[in-house]
Design a protein. Structure first.
Length: 306
């Protein structure tokens, strides 16, 4: 069994590579920077290929005569998807990583908009999304990101190929390119520090890369054309997240809870939003563990880096 992971040196790519290698798969990773390849994955037998996502010919050569699984972590637009569709016909099943940012609430608000959305219940895959972007929209802007992801999803699903779109919650794990725990870990390096936290009761759904990898392995065994949410089995509050980081670090300082809007206590878990995971469960997905135990993997990795 062979898997190809495009943009595979980050948190989700690393986690799925590790999981598949342990299951006996051959794994090829692509990326732009060989230095970003985790030593652990190389030692386990993963092969790194220096290929940019825009290098269609290079990716086609990597796919070669085919593979059982291709995971695309770096498709941000419909154009990105359409480039590879001819080669994806040689792959038994493809997973396209998307984002929960595509969803809108009943008033049409989304998490990258000017008005804060209000999601009263866990969001299912059938929920409405922002309108898809045209090819002239920059996906690497706050305004263009979600519409471009929707356009990528539609290009994948409209192809008729067995492509599963994963709408990921906020990712955490080792090898994360921009770990959200970094500022909190840095603040807690002083064991007697005071850390301020605004709106600590917010519930902002996360997904551990380890759990996302477990879901991708399930999808690999059941290729199909579908959208699945990807999130942890539980959704702790921001306060619970910060306290768990402190416990992991042995921090003995004070957590100061403040009101939102005071100018203090900003944090990256401030969007009230959870995802419905019943579709993934029906497919056979079983999470490895809950959010807080797995968050410790990122915390340890960030602490070591700091």
């Amino acid at each position: 069994m062979r898997a190809i992971i495009l943009g595979g040196t980050g948190a989700i790519g690393g986690a799925i590579a590790k999981r598949l290698l342990e299951a006996g798969w051959d794994v090829d990773l692509s990326g732009r920077d060989p230095a970003a390849m985790p030593d652990e994955l190389a030692a386990a037998g993963a092969r790194f290929h220096r290929i940019a996502r825009s290098d269609t010919a290079g990716i086609e050569r990597l796919i070669g005569t085919g593979a059982e699984l291709l995971v695309d972590l770096v498709a941000f637009s419909a154009h990105d998807v359409r480039q590879l569709l001819p080669s994806l016909s040689l792959v038994a099943g493809t997973v396209l990583i998307s984002s929960r940012a595509v969803y809108v609430d009943t008033a049409g608000r989304h998490i990258n908009g000017e008005d804060t959305p209000r999601f009263a219940a866990p969001v299912p895959e059938s929920a409405p999304t922002v309108s898809p972007a045209g090819d002239d929209v920059d996906p690497f802007t706050r305004e263009g990101y979600a519409p471009s992801k929707v356009a990528a999803e539609l290009a994948a699903l409209d192809s008729g190929l067995p492509i599963t779109v994963l709408g990921a919650a906020k990712v955490h794990g080792r090898w994360a390119r921009n770990p959200r725990t970094r500022d909190t870990v840095r603040a807690m390096q002083d064991p007697a520090s005071t850390v301020s936290l605004a709106a600590g009761s917010t519930v902002d759904h996360l997904v551990a890369a380890t759990n996302a990898a477990a879901l991708i392995e399930v999808v690999a065994g059941q290729p199909g054309r579908r959208i699945l949410n990807a999130a942890d089995p539980d959704a702790p509050t921001a306060e619970a997240i910060v306290r768990s980081i402190g416990t992991r670090l042995g921090w003995a300082g004070e957590l100061e809870l403040v009101e939102r809007g005071t100018g203090r206590g900003a944090h990256p878990w401030s969007t009230q939003m959870t995802l419905d995971m019943s579709a993934a469960a029906a497919l056979g997905y079983r999470p490895v563990a809950g959010a807080l135990p797995l968050l410790g993997e990122e915390v340890d990795w960030v602490r070591e880096a700091l």
